[in-house]
Design a protein around this ligand. Structure first.
Ligand SMILES: C[S@@+](CC[C@H](N)C(=O)[O-])C[C@H]1O[C@@H](n2cnc3c(N)ncnc32)[C@H](O)[C@@H]1O
Ligand code: SF4
Length: 382
């Protein structure tokens, strides 16, 4: 089976799955000329395990629309536009509520006392505006989005001919009925966060006993309901020794993908800028990613590796909406460019596009100069 990524009368890019691995092929009279220009984009797909293979479509990753599909074609168009400097907020995270029963030590959401939520009509308006601007991935974020009444209505509001929908959760209350309701509403991917493969350590990081068990049953119920499931680990010095344990757990649970991100010094973790992974930690992680791709088991999605290829997503491919309606260039960057109750999202995206600082090829939140100049965070004296 050939899965078409891109097609015009002179050039075609398609994927085949050979022995469990994706292979990228090109065809057409313009192929010898065009392939070298897009080879770095194609490299990302070539030679790795996909998340799920169906007869008529390929889910390369839980973070990307199925190939082929209308949202995927829109994503390809925005990637082509990005090459000529015209950026689209491809991925949006909407923090629909600040409410959360957990108390994670690293939570990116700054502590506020008002525990706000966005009204359903406001969320729908955000979705409408962003989809009109070309967004292809709508993620319901929090706080804990599963405590939001009427989440299913928001999920089903995402126009599946233009974007896929996703949910970030710690898993609280995701019983079989809820998983089936979300599946029926059309949820395209569900991400369950995991900070340790060990129950005690995960509960410690999440600030509440029982979160690990809830995460495990959320994963099981979601898989049983036929949802596409991603396990999401935010790497810190505290869990970097558990890479193989995470993989084993992801394999045992049968998730479709295991994703890794490095903790960002923001929110409750804002003063932990010095606690970054060492060069040796990165090397270990790099070896682990290569090894995990070579063995049977779920696909690995490594955000640090993606960022090396694409640069920082903030302000280029990502927009984040807070429960107060503020608009940030990224969920981890508490820098408001305006508010949805006062401005159109297009205006705010335009403001962000005028900033040259977002051309960064590394995570800006780890750059002390950026933190000081843009966020007013002075680093502690050594
Ligand atoms: C803010 S949470 C909201 C959704 C849900 N409550 C959860 O924990 O999955 C979204 C994701 O951000 C991650 N996260 C929290 N704090 C972070 C930080 N300081 N740096 C990077 N990711 C962070 C969480 O682990 C989670 O995977
Ligand atoms: S990371 Fe998620 S689960 Fe943890 S406190 Fe923040 S919102 Fe709640």
């Amino acid at each position: 089976m050939k899965y078409t990524l891109y097609k015009n009368p002179f050039f075609k890019v398609y994927a085949v799955v050979d022995n469990g691995y994706v292979k990228i092929k090109t065809d057409g009279v313009a192929s010898p000329v065009l392939r070298p220009f897009v080879s770095n984009m194609l490299e990302y797909f070539d030679g790795v395990k996909p998340a799920k293979v169906e007869n008529d479509y390929l889910i390369f990753s839980t973070w990307i629309p199925p190939i082929p599909s209308k949202p995927f074609s829109r994503l390809v168009s925005s990637q082509i536009n990005a090459r000529i400097g015209r950026y689209t907020p491809e991925q949006i995270t909407i923090s629909i509520t600040e409410q959360c029963p957990n108390n994670c030590v690293h939570c990116a959401l700054p502590d506020t006392n008002n525990k706000k939520s966005l009204e359903p009509d406001t969320v729908k308006d955000i979705i409408d505006q962003c989809l009109d601007m070309g967004s292809t991935f709508v993620i319901f974020d929090g706080g804990e989005p599963l405590v939001y009444d009427g989440l299913e209505n928001l999920v089903s509001y995402v126009d599946s001919t233009r974007a896929i929908s996703g949910l970030f959760t710690s898993g609280v209350g995701l019983n079989r009925q809820k998983a089936e309701d979300l599946k029926k509403a059309g949820l395209d991917m569900l991400t369950v966060s995991l900070d340790s493969a060990k129950e005690y350590n995960h509960d410690m990081m999440r600030g509440r006993e029982g979160v690990f068990k809830e995460a495990m049953s959320a994963i099981k119920n979601s898989l049983d309901a036929g949802l596409l499931v991603n396990m999401y680990v935010v790497l810190t010095k505290r869990n970097i020794d558990e890479l193989y344990d995470f993989y084993e757990l992801a394999y045992e649970m049968g998730v479709h993908e295991l994703s890794f991100f490095e903790v960002v010094p923001t929110g409750r973790w804002i003063d932990h800028e010095a606690e970054t992974l060492s060069h040796m930690d990165y090397e270990r992680f790099d070896r682990f990613v290569k090894y995990a791709n070579s063995i049977k088991g779920p696909r690995i999605f490594s955000v640090p590796h993606i960022l090396e290829m694409t640069g920082c997503f903030a302000g280029k491919k990502w927009l984040h909406f807070t429960p107060e309606g503020d608009v940030y260039p990224c969920a981890c960057m508490p820098l408001s460019y305006g508010n949805i109750y006062k401005n159109t999202i297009k205006e705010l995206w335009g403001r962000i596009q005028k900033e040259t600082v977002f051309d960064a090829d590394y995570c800006l939140m780890r750059d002390s100069e950026f933190r000081e100049n843009y966020l007013g965070i002075l680093e502690p004296k050594k």
